[in-house]
Design a binder for this molecule. Sequence first.
Ligand SMILES: *Cc1c(COP(=O)(O)O)cnc(C)c1O
Length: 404
Amino acid sequence: MSPSAVSSTPSPGVQASELTASAVAQKIGASANLQPLDASKLIFTKTQTPMAVPEPGDPIIATSSQCTDHMITAVWDSTVGWHAPKLQPYGNLSLPPTASVLHYATECFEGMKMYRGYDGKLRLFRPDANCKRMLVSATRISLPAFDPSELEKLIKAMIAIDGPKWLPKSRPGTSLYLRPTMIGSAGALGVSTPKEATLFVISTFMPNLSKPKGLRLLASQNGIRAWPGGFGYAKVGANYGPSLMANGEAISRGYDQVLWLLNGMVTEAGASNFFVVWRTREGVIQLVTAPLEDKIILDGVTRRSILQLARERLTIEVVERAYTMDEIVDAIKEKRMIEAFAAGTAYFVCPVSAINYRDQDWQIPMNQGDSGDYAALIKSWLMNIMYGRDEHEWGVVVEENEEL
Ligand SMILES: *Cc1c(COP(=O)(O)O)cnc(C)c1O
C-alpha cells in the first residue's frame, strides 16, 4: 500500500467530462487498502451558539465572509485512509505551521450554489459534476482520491441542516455559495505528497456580482494564466493567487476582470469561461468558446450546461475551438460581433460590454441595453432550472431537515 497511491498514478489532464465511472473506480481503487470516504459514517455535532442570519442588504454579505452555522470536515491519512467525516459547528481550523498547503499550495476547491426555488424547494445545480471535478483537481495536486458521490452526500447532509435557516423559504429566488475544499494538512516541510489531507465544506453569502453595464475586460498583455502541460484545467488554489496581480492592474485601470490570452488566443475571463456570439463572413451565427482538449481552461459546469442547452434549443452553430483576440477585433470592425459574455457559478452569465486590447477599447454590442439577446435567454433558461420553474434533471432537490 503506497501512501501516494493516487499521485503515483497521475492522470494529468483528465477533464471532469472525461471522468467516466470506470475512471473514478480506478482512481479510488488505487487506494483500495485504505478506508474510502463514507458519508454514512457522518458524525453530527450541532452548534451550541447559532449565528444570526444577515438581512438582505447587510454589509457583511459583500465581504463573502459570513458562513452558515455548520461545516463538514473529513481527514484522510496515508495509513488509515478516510476517517469518519464530521458535521460540526463552523469554526477555525488548526494547522501546524509546517502544513503542506501553507508552503506548496496543495489545495483544490469547488464553487457551487444552493438555490431556494420559487416552489419552496432547495436545489443544487448538477452537484455530481462539481464533485467529479473536485476529484480531477485533487488528483492533479496529489491529494487523496474519494468517491465523488460520497462528497455529494456530505454536501447534501450539510445543507439539509443549514438550508432551512440560512436560505429560508421566505426568500425564494436567492442562493448561498458552497465551497468544498481539500488541503494538504500534513505537518512536514519536505516537498512531497502530503501524508495527511483535510476535506472541508463551508457555505457563505456571496454578493450579487452582476454588472448592469456589462463586464469590462482588460486583455492580458504580459501575464498568462495557464499554459500547455500546466494545470489550468484544475481548480487548484495555485491558479488564483498569482492571477491577482493582473486582476489588480485591470481594476486600477477601470476594468472589472482580466481576459486571459495565451499566444493571442482567448481562453477565459477572470475565473469564468468566456463566450462570443458573432456572424461569420459567410453569414453564419456562431456561439464560440475555447476548447477543453488542450487543458488550458477550466471545464466549467456553467460552460458545459450553456453549450448543451444551446445545442438543444438554439438554431445557431455552437463551436468549441481555439480562436484569437484578433478574430474578435475583426468581427467588431466588420460589424459581425453580436455579443460576448462570461459564465461561471460566481458571475453566472455576465454580459461583456468592452474589451481593452493593446491599449484600445473595443465595444461589444449589448442590444438589450444591459445584455445581449443570447446571454439573456441562456441566463433565463439556467435560472428556471436552478429555481425550480423548469423541472430538469440538472436541478437536484435536497431534502431538508426541517425540525432543526
Ligand atoms: C470555477 C471557474 C470557472 C467556472 O466554472 P463553473 O463550474 O461554471 O462555476 C471558470 N474558469 C475558472 C478559471 C474557474 O476557476
